[in-house]
Design a protein around this ligand. Structure first.
Ligand code: ATP
Length: 330
């Protein structure tokens, strides 16, 4: 198990990470999720031993990582750019780490063969990186990281250079592989869909600190802050007065700064000629359409489901579906 406690990192005067505490259980898939510049890569590089830090502790199975040489940590790392050795075949790329560790040829060959089978492309063993597609190259990079039976797998935006279809396929592949091999994995991503679909646990970061840690469902359905509610999925925010008028919702006394959040799919829209909200525009999204509803001087996003007939210009009464909506910190 990896355990990070109270970690701080400065680059000169700039504080890149502040009081970070994160853990990864032995078979957990953890995603570090946040916007560009929030410190995800810095945190991953610190875990990998590629970056110093000023304060905090990192332990792996109870041992302080500072006491373990980087090359003895046995971590598998996959970066955004495939970083394969261009002059080596697929098989030699995958076997590289084993060769470095002094394994004999027969052991390396057997391990490489089994990984090629596991990854599903034994026929590519003799190809060079430039003869592979982007998705294939990234699969080889993952194979190379797995070859050394890593105690921890670190993935830095491994899918971001791939086109949308391959990216979706590889999400499932990586997740299944990780479940099968039960290797604790930490993946950096700025893509919320990727994090929600792949992670057991999401660490949502903002400006160098952790906003919230939880399951994908926790972060989506029970965001604690405005940032998390806004970064993950789409949210409507209402102040106390607005939430009271629209939904009869009232927050705790003493937390008047808190905001009420409702997702577009949590709102009910009912045609009502006497209502003071008006459908301003409708965007077709496939399964549902998104309605932009003008209420007073603001736009509220709602959803129009199959069979519901609303058109721009219709007046609607807004309501909340059962158990929908929650208060978050500003
Ligand atoms: P991205 O998704 O864009 O890669 P990130 O969340 O991974 O972003 P980091 O690369 O960890 O962000 O950077 C965090 C902050 O630290 C940024 O503001 C960045 O400018 C700063 N930073 C990163 N590396 C250095 C460095 N070597 N020297 C100074 N500042 C740095």
């Amino acid at each position: 198990m990896l355990d990070i406690k109270g970690l701080y990192k400065n680059y000169g005067e700039f504080r890149a990470l502040s009081d970070i505490s994160v853990s990864a259980e032995s078979d957990e898939f953890v995603c570090l999720l946040g916007p560009s510049g929030c410190g995800k890569t810095t945190l991953l590089r610190i875990i990998a031993g590629l970056e110093e830090y000023q304060q905090g502790t990192i332990t792996l199975d109870g041992r302080n990582l500072n006491d373990i040489e980087v090359r003895d940590r046995g971590f598998g790392i996959v970066f955004q750019s495939y970083s394969l050795f261009p002059n080596m075949t697929v098989a030699r790329n995958i076997g590289y780490g084993l060769k470095l560790r002094g394994h004999d040829k027969a052991t390396i060959s057997a391990k490489v063969d089994s990984l090629l089978q596991l990854l599903g492309f034994p026929q590519l063993a003799g190809r060079y990186p430039h003869e592979l597609s982007g998705g294939q190259q990234q699969r080889v990079a993952i194979g190379r990281a797995l070859a050394v039976a890593p105690s921890l797998l670190l993935l830095d935006e491994p899918l971001s250079a791939l086109d949308a279809k391959v990216r979706h396929e590889m999400r499932d592949e990586i997740r299944q592989l990780q479940r099968r091999l039960r290797i604790p994995t930490i993946m950096v991503t700025h893509d919320q869909d990727e994090a929600l679909s792949m992670a057991d646990k999401v660490v949502c970061m903002n400006h160098g600190h952790v906003e919230q840690v939880g399951t994908p469902q926790d972060l989506y359905f029970r965001p604690k802050t405005k940032f998390v509610a806004g970064f993950i999925g789409t949210s409507n925010f209402f102040d106390q007065a607005e939430a009271g008028i629209l939904f009869g919702a009232s927050g705790d006394a003493g937390t008047t700064e808190n905001l009420f959040v409702a997702r577009p799919e949590e709102l009910s829209l009912r045609a009502d000629e006497g209502a003071d909200a008006v459908v301003e525009d409708i965007t077709f999204l496939g399964k549902v359409s998104q309605a932009q509803i003008r209420w007073r001087d603001r736009i509220i996003l709602g959803e129009i489901r199959l069979g519901e007939r609303l058109r721009p210009g219709d007046r609607v009464a807004l309501g909340l579906l059962p158990e929908a909506g929650r208060w978050v910190a500003p």
